[in-house]
Design a protein around this ligand. Structure first.
Ligand SMILES: Cc1cc2nc3c(=O)[nH]c(=O)nc-3n(C[C@H](O)[C@H](O)[C@H](O)COP(=O)(O)OP(=O)(O)OC[C@H]3O[C@@H](n4cnc5c(N)ncnc54)[C@H](O)[C@@H]3O)c2cc1C
Length: 273
């Protein structure tokens, strides 16, 4: 059990997850500490990849070390305690978190009491279609995609190899461009979007320009078609067509990771009650 009762702090604020959302909070805390509040951050790693730079990294604009935010350093600046571990269980009655804590190469169970807890453990693409493809990679968690990158590069190393990006939101579009740059003009890059770009409020104004640049870069774009299945070497579309795929990268609609939530704390339409 971690005794979080600091000498001069009246409440303990625990941030679970140190991705985009909580990094902004830690940074804010570093600039303007909350008097009387002790900050504790729980995250599996002491660095976190910055998704906004992932396409730039994949296309060679950034080095891998530039892609990561140093959470340890940020926590030091904010006077926060960083606990390397994963949340496994929330007891809302006792206001207690159970953490699988990483100590060197070993793992231990740790309990942390909190006054306020902020959960931002991110989201991952859902299983929108069945897949038996051996090289199917969701874009998130980004760390897992980065770990798989040597296999992806290997698959894409022969001329004419094909990669299919599933998901026509901003992330999918950026990834398609990044893969085109990474794998060169000999590769077949296909972007598949369930809806036309106009249906996405964030993209509609730029829809025509996006299509034009996709064509310029030799990226095949298939809109208004859902992937219904991934076979061993292709994806099958809702109209029955097959598109060859040596690699599939899924940037489809994301869902919260809620394995640690109990019946006391059920997610409601993607949000916590
Ligand atoms: C290719 C791509 C490009 C993008 N570009 C942009 C952009 O330019 N601008 C933008 O605003 N958004 C962008 N996004 C979207 C952005 O990534 C998400 O909106 C954002 O990451 C959500 O922040 P988050 O903190 O909720 O989750 P995340 O950033 O995913 O962070 C979650 C953190 O929680 C940790 N975690 C997970 N499970 C546990 C657990 N059980 N216990 C403790 N910690 C845990 C993870 O390790 C991770 O560090 C992009 C996404 C992609 C895929």
């Amino acid at each position: 059990m971690v005794n979080n009762a600091p000498q001069n702090a009246s409440q303990v604020l625990v941030l679970v997850g140190a991705g985009h959302a909580n990094v902004a909070l830690i940074r804010r805390f570093a600039m303007e500490p909350l008097v009387g509040t002790r900050l504790v951050v729980v995250n599996p790693d002491s660095v976190t990849p910055y998704s906004g730079m992932l396409p730039g990294f994949l296309s060679g604009q950034y080095r891998e070390d530039e892609l990561f935010i140093d959470i340890g350093r940020l926590c030091k600046q904010a006077g926060a305690r960083l606990i390397r571990g994963s949340l496994e269980h929330v007891d809302t009655d006792l206001r207690r978190l159970s953490i699988r804590h990483q100590v060197g190469f070993h793992q231990a169970e740790l309990q942390i009491d909190f006054d306020i807890c902020v959960l931002n453990t991110g989201a991952i693409p859902g299983h929108d279609f069945p897949t038996m493809h051996p090289h199917y990679y969701p874009v998130k968690p980004i760390r897992e995609l980065l770990t798989a990158l040597p296999q992806i590069d290997q698959q894409m190393s022969r001329d004419g190899a094909s990669i299919v990006v599933v998901g026509g939101g901003a992330a999918g579009i950026e990834l398609a461009f990044a893969f085109r740059t990474r794998f060169g003009s000999a590769a077949c890059v296909t972007l598949i979007s369930k809806r036309p770009f106009e249906a996405d409020a964030a993209l509609s104004a730029a829809a025509k320009a996006i299509r034009r640049v996709l064509v310029d870069r030799g990226i095949t774009c298939i809109e208004s078609q859902a992937v219904v299945e991934a076979a061993a070497d292709s994806v099958v579309l809702s109209d029955g067509r097959s598109v060859a795929a040596d690699v599939i990268c899924a940037a489809t609609t994301v869902h919260p990771q809620t394995g640690f939530l109990t019946q006391h704390f059920l997610p409601s339409k993607g949000f916590l009650q």
